[in-house]
Design a protein around this ligand. Sequence first.
Ligand code: ZN
Ligand code: ZN
Length: 179
Amino acid sequence: MKESKDSFIIHIGKLWNGPEGSVVEEDFERELDFNPKEIAPKSVIDGHILLVKSKGEITVVLSEIETVVELECERCLTKYGYDIDIESCERTFYSQKPDNDPDFDGIFLINLKDLTIDLYEMIRQEIILHFPLISVCSKGCKGLCPQCGVNRNKKKCKCKEPEIAEENKPFKDLKKLIK
Ligand SMILES: [Zn+2]
Ligand SMILES: [Zn+2]
């Protein structure tokens, strides 16, 4: 059977029926699809899963998650591959919605009918959290020429940096003031 790419189902039957404190660990390698406007994966996702059973809940710890996503450089608008590296992250999956928790929507639940949990949303959130603050293809990216639009990493153009007109210079009156 082909694995679904829009869910990441883990069977927890054995763990759930075991004593509190029981642990299951495994490595994984998965292909997942996301909304391409949000995450464009360029590789499989691999990493390590640790599940811990406690009373009424399962704690999921993912570690050493690695994948490559396609991003667009903010300076030259070229697409490039960015390495996502998630050292460790943790979520709790509950058997029922906790009382008096106002934040219902953010809560992960165990599917008690099938005794499964779905790690898809957890991984989606973590990949987005690990996007760079500023997306550039390389530190030295020269970007697009603001005048002719040429990619200055690939081609030189003859445009000159626009000169700031004398009357628009922010400190033009400063000299007068400090005289
Ligand atoms: Zn660039
Ligand atoms: Zn130019």
